[in-house]
Write a protein that binds this ligand. Structure first.
Ligand code: ADP
Ligand code: MG
Length: 238
């Protein structure tokens, strides 16, 4: 049976699609499949379908199989029973009015990744999603700090870690840093496993490899306290 990893936060623009595509690509690549024979499935349940657009631009090189499911609730209720794949990564809508879709997907989830940007305005919507939707579904979740730019200094990062800690939410050790490469990837039709082999690109990839290790290494039961030891604070040139 597939393990279903859901990426959710009802705030838009926090990195759900970026994280879903990048982690799915890393896991597919690491598991040694080929684009034709992969054990990873990526699913978009977002009617806005930005993952679909990205997947189309990548084309045949996409390292995982892909399904757009927003108009197909039938498939959504069967995700866990799909036998062909070991891991399924699910992107979800970033708005409150699509809560039914998110609730349906959470019924199928083994674990949930909640991306949050390191800025105060991101805190309340993330906490709402966790307390009102993910918590009641009873699925293990972890918060992921995404899109942190080391050049902005550490104070936003620390503030975000403290917020997550105060709420008692589990947090990934990995912090995904801001890199222009990630911002450009959807338009350029690439994924993180195809980035060039220069130093900046390798650093950008490294965050998603680390994150994938954390996701696969435990059954969604991450550390219960915010720990900053996975963070490289070197300036993130891009
Ligand atoms: N770590 C990152 N580094 C650079 N850009 C990022 C990063 N994470 C997200 N982005 C950019 O931020 C924007 C919103 O991300 P997206 O994944 O579409 O969020 P969501 O799916 O939650 O709406 C996109 O332009 C995306 O490329
Ligand atoms: Mg999205």
């Amino acid at each position: 049976m597939a393990r279903v990893h859901v990426v959710a936060n009802q705030k838009g623009g926090v990195g759900k699609t970026t994280v879903t595509v990048s982690v799915a690509a890393v896991v597919a690549d690491t598991m040694g499949g080929t684009p034709d024979e992969t054990s990873v499935l990526g699913v978009s349940t977002d009617p806005q379908a930005s993952m679909l657009e990205w997947a189309k631009r990548v084309g045949d090189k996409l390292p995982f199989d892909f399904e757009q499911c927003s108009d197909n609730p039938e498939i959504l209720s069967k995700l866990r029973r799909i036998r062909k794949y070991s891991h399924i990564f699910v992107d979800t809508p970033g708005s409150l009015d699509k809560e039914e879709i998110l609730k349906a997907v959470l019924q199928q989830a083994d674990d949930v990744i909640v991306p949050i940007e390191p800025e105060v305005l991101a805190f309340t919507p993330a906490a709402r999603t966790i307390q009102k939707v993910i918590g009641p579904a009873g699925v293990p979740f972890r918060v992921l700090i995404n899109n942190w730019d080391p050049r902005d200094g550490e104070s936003d990062l620390r503030q975000t870690q403290e917020f997550v800690q105060r709420k008692g939410f589990p947090l990934f050790n990995t912090v995904v840093r801001h890199y222009k490469l990630h911002t450009r990837a959807p338009a350029e039709g690439t994924t993180v496993v195809e980035y060039p082999k220069n130093r900046v690109a390798l650093e950008a990839r490294q965050d998603f490899f680390r994150l994938a290790l954390e996701i696969l290494g435990s059954n969604g039961e991450g550390p219960k306290h915010a720990g900053g030891n996975g963070v490289t604070t070197e300036a993130g040139e891009d």
